[in-house]
Ligand binder design. Structure first.
Ligand code: GAR
Length: 208
């Protein structure tokens, strides 16, 4: 059984997609052990609560400095003893200590086709605003392993989504979620749970 910890900051639609996929069996052999948010008001926490999933909030606002927050956050995560950490709309940059300790055991969903529209400052709606202002015809989403950089880790899955005339960032965001994010994030977790994923020389291999 793969024990996962899902880290969230906001609405939690990707968390919901994971919960639904575990329930309907499209993610197999997996248990959501804990949901951790950095934001007390994240609706994602309610989604977890409704399903009886352990959920906690660790907010940087409750700590005198970032180092102390990072220390407590990592301590708490360690205590949950998860096999895989899933960043599902978690908008906090992870400390290097954590990315080292959990090497190849943290995945992130990003709302573009990396290496486009990623890195520092590219998150949520800003990604879609940037894509629209560049006039791209195709965008999408990426699931990747997390390393010390921002959106630089080995790519696991990607899915393309068409940009349509008249799209606003909000409309495009919704289409990318529906057509890509809510599919490839659960799919990536299932592949990892089935032990089909390996990382070699910074590249992901998926066994058939
Ligand atoms: C998602 O679109 C996710 O791809 C994005 O935040 C949103 C969270 O939505 N993540 C990033 O931009 C990370 N760089 P959700 O809380 O409804 O899942």
């Amino acid at each position: 059984m793969l024990k996962i910890g899902v880290l969230v900051s906001g609405g939690g639609t990707n968390l919901q997609a994971i919960i639904d996929s575990v329930e309907n069996g499209s993610i197999k052999n997996t248990e959501i052990s804990v949901v951790i948010s950095n934001n007390k008001n994240a609706y994602a926490l309610e989604r977890a609560e409704k399903k009886g999933i352990k959920n906690i909030c660790i907010s940087p606002k409750d700590f005198s400095d970032r180092a102390e927050f990072n220390r407590v956050f990592l301590e708490k995560l360690d205590s949950c003893q998860v096999d895989l950490v899933v960043l599902a709309g978690f908008l906090v940059v992870l400390p290097e200590e954590m990315t080292k300790k959990y090497e190849n055991r943290i995945i992130n969903i990003h709302p573009s086709l990396i290496p486009s529209f990623c890195g520092k400052g590219y998150y949520g709606l800003k990604v879609h605003e940037a894509a629209l202002s560049r006039g791209v015809k195709v965008t999408g989403a990426t699931v990747h392993f997390v390393d010390a950089g921002t959106d630089t880790g080995p790519i696991l899955l990607q899915k393309a989504v068409e940009v349509k005339d008249g799209d606003t960032p909000e409309i495009l965001q919704r289409r990318v979620m529906e057509e890509a994010e809510w599919k490839i994030l659960p799919q990536a977790i299932d592949l990892i749970a089935q032990e089909k994923v390996s990382v070699e020389n910074g590249r992901v291999r998926i066994a058939q």
